[in-house]
Design a protein around this ligand. Structure first.
Ligand SMILES: [Zn+2]
Length: 398
């Protein structure tokens, strides 16, 4: 990091296309030479050099000498994303707590903080978010270099406007997050549904690095899917949050958390496991542990629940015809072979001509996945053309 004060990053500046394209290419392909950047982006060598100078001026990109053995003559200098140049605060809102983390732009969590929710009203919870953010910002190696907040919440979100439209798990309706949060912190905030935030984390830091289009499925106490598409010039990705878990599979089925009957989530989430095991008072983790230990009732429950999840995934494939899907959540529990079960189901039930094209992969995110989803939100806001809501606030002190 240079000691000189860098130029401020404004989210809106980055949204003007070419610089975002170059930065994304550096992130995906770095360390990379200017010549390769020009080939990859289609921009002229002069344009690439100018943009790289700007990105270096903002401490977003660093350069290092290339391999001396790469050939005759002076080796090209190679460019990489400057992970430690800037920081972000990522926050997840759960029904019972607010969990925040300070991270660098490489997705490394440097500090984290949890505050417990006593009053579930949006004002009260967003005040907690503000406290977590300001605490973590003070923990940053350089508080002036915290670029923004990535906030991941459950439910239906209007990311463009920064509004939570409806969230069954936390019971909120029509909450204008940026205007409430502005009372507690001056940092700009980017908001998204938490499954889409995880999909963004998979794209930036997980198995989908360099993958432009995929479907990310998360099955835990709820079930969600985010559909990632790419298009436009310069190409950019869109992350479409779905309410996949609330596809109705049986109108007379069991009651779902959303209040309706027979949603996929009521059949295929971890919460369905105790019911299928005939032990409704036990926790899902206990049923999974029993299945791992060979208990026949628990194993049967796992097979039934996975069977419903597989039906959902097969339908998604028939609707979207994806090449790549990432699965996250309880099916990846050690010792139950959930992914193998789902892959067999795809092989047996998806139409010929489609099933050969699609691969089902396990997430590569760690337990920090939910948090770094928030960092990925901030990075996408830096890179994309105003897809998510960002207040046009300058980085403080810059
Ligand atoms: Zn439902």
């Amino acid at each position: 990091m240079s000691s000189a004060v860098p130029e401020p990053i404004r989210f809106e500046d980055m949204s003007t296309g070419n610089r975002a394209t170059v930065l994304q290419a550096v992130r995906d392909m770095g360390p990379i030479s200017r010549a390769d950047l020009a080939r990859l982006t289609g921009f002229s060598a002069t344009s690439v050099s100018r943009i790289v100078e700007e990105l270096k001026g903002q401490d977003l990109v660093v350069e290092a000498p290339g391999n001396l053995e790469s050939g005759p003559g002076r080796p090209p200098t190679l460019l990489s994303l400057n992970d430690r140049g800037w920081f972000a605060v990522a926050v997840n809102v759960f029904p019972d707590r607010v969990h925040g983390g300070l991270t660098d732009l490489g997705g490394r969590v440097l500090a984290d903080e949890t505050l417990w929710v006593t009053d579930p009203a949006p004002e009260a919870v967003l005040a907690l978010v503000g406290r977590v953010v300001e605490q973590l910002r003070r923990d940053a190696p350089n508080p002036e270099r915290v670029v923004g907040i990535g906030l991941a919440v459950p439910g239906v979100v209007d990311a463009r406007r920064g509004e939570i439209r409806y969230s069954p798990p936390i019971g909120w309706r029509a909450v204008d997050v940026p205007s409430v949060l502005a009372r507690y912190t001056s940092l700009p905030v980017v908001l998204d549904n938490w499954v889409s935030a995880r999909a963004r984390a998979e794209r930036w830091f997980g198995g989908a690095t360099g993958v432009d289009e995929f479907v990310y499925i998360h099955a835990s106490r709820g079930i969600g899917a985010s559909v990632v598409r790419s298009g436009g010039i310069p190409p950019r990705q869109t992350f479409v949050s779905t309410e996949f878990g609330h596809v109705v599979v049986n109108p007379e089925g069991p009651r779902c958390r959303c209040g309706r009957r027979g949603c996929l989530e009521a059949y295929a989430s971890a919460d369905a496991l105790p019911r299928y095991a005939g032990q409704p008072d036990r926790r899902p983790e206990e049923i999974l542990a029993a299945a791992r230990a060979g208990d026949p009732d628990a194993r049967q429950a796992v097979a039934e629940t996975l069977g419903y999840l597989a039906l959902g995934i097969v339908s998604l494939i028939h609707m979207l015809n994806p090449n790549r899907m990432y699965v996250d959540g309880w099916p990846l529990t050690d010792g139950i072979d959930g992914l193998a079960f789902l892959r067999r189901a795809v092989d047996e039930r998806v139409l010929e001509g489609m099933k050969e094209q699609v691969s089902l992969e396990p997430t590569r995110l760690t337990e920090w996945g939910p948090l770094i989803g928030g960092v990925a939100l901030v990075l996408d806001a830096v890179l994309s053309r105003g897809e998510a809501h960002v207040k046009p606030v300058e980085v403080r002190g810059a």
